[in-house]
Design a protein around this ligand. Structure first.
Ligand code: CP
Length: 311
């Protein structure tokens, strides 16, 4: 069968839209870029004709810096936009904002927005390539790609492996993108958290549910631990963070009491002492900083492949 060396879409809106070939291509390309960014000269000229706008309508540390570094390592021209210091504050619409930026000859838009579907809306209305850097509770595709890439550095073939996602599944775009990605790679996926933070539809995605954190961890090869997204909760879904930590927090004592070693991941930002304790987050079992490191290579891969398709 002929291998397709091109992404199936001109946008990265969600993992749901990517096929097996897209994932393979992104991971292979990311591996090459990881070698590049570990060289003394970390830059390549691949995107020197490309201008990218990073539009952040929500706070970010990792994703924003990671995209900017990825773009600069690829020699793209980069402009950064924060909604908080822009004319959005004067009532300008999303489409007007983006069309004004695109009229300055911008080729690609990386956008984080609180509204689910905001990136898909842009993709329907503008000509530039769109990369979703997190849209509300919908998807965070590049986070799932870097998570899967990081898992595969430990377990190269995830097919049949047990991956646990712990925490606030209901409000997490990371959970949804991870589930879509891991299922496409053939992994078994289980979620664990308080019943109020696990949406009913989750089992329809081929995911199992466990409410006992010890049993869930005993099952898992890798556990991806998520933050409680208090900023997306207009009502109380858990009695208190202290109680959450007591029943679902991952600490060293709990991990030491298991009959196995498992790898611990977290997309960040971490609430130390709530979903994860410092003695786990900073331990050898944790690959949290490797995830962040891999984010640059994975985002370079995504941008490079989109530019290649554009060319
Ligand atoms: N993982 C993640 O999206 O982190 P930021 O919100 O800091 O970008």
């Amino acid at each position: 069968m002929t291998e397709i060396k091109e992404l199936s879409s001109k946008h990265i809106l969600g993992i749901k839209d990517l096929n097996a070939n897209d994932l393979k291509l992104i991971f292979e390309t990311a591996k090459n870029f990881k070698e590049v960014i570990n060289r003394p000269i970390k830059k390549v000229p691949s995107l020197r004709d490309v201008t990218i706008a990073n539009l952040f309508f929500e706070n970010s540390t990792r994703t924003r810096i990671s995209f900017e570094l990825a773009e600069k390592r690829l020699s793209a021209d980069v402009v950064n936009f924060s909604a908080g210091s822009s004319s959005v504050k004067k009532g300008e619409t999303l489409l007007d904002t983006v069309n004004n930026i695109l009229s300055m000859k911008v080729d690609m838009v990386v956008m984080r927005h609180p509204a689910p579907g905001a990136c898909a809306f842009l993709a329907k209305n503008i000509d530039a390539n769109i990369v979703n850097a997190g849209d509300g509770t919908h998807e965070h595709p590049t986070q799932a790609l870097l998570d899967a890439y990081s898992m595969m550095e430990i377990i190269p073939d995830l097919a049949g492996k047990n991956i646990l996602i712990v925490g606030d599944i209901k409000h997490s775009r990371v959970a949804l993108s991870n589930i879509f990605c891991l299922k496409k790679l053939g992994a078994n996926v289980k979620v664990c958290g308080p019943p109020t933070l696990i949406p009913k539809f989750i089992t329809s995605l081929g995911v199992s549910v466990e409410y006992d954190i010890r049993k869930a961890l005993e099952w898992a090869d890798i556990a991806n631990v998520l933050r409680i997204q208090l900023e997306r909760q207009d009502i109380k879904f858990i009695p208190s963070l202290r109680e959450y930590a007591q029943y679902f927090g991952i600490n060293k004592q709990l991990l030491d009491s298991l009959n196995k070693d498992i790898t611990i991941m977290h997309p960040g930002p971490i609430n130390r002492g709530v979903e994860i304790s410092s003695d786990v987050a900073d331990s050898d079992q944790s690959i949290i900083l490797q995830q962040v490191e891999n984010g640059v290579a994975v985002r370079m891969a995504v941008l490079y492949l989109l530019a290649a398709k554009r060319a």
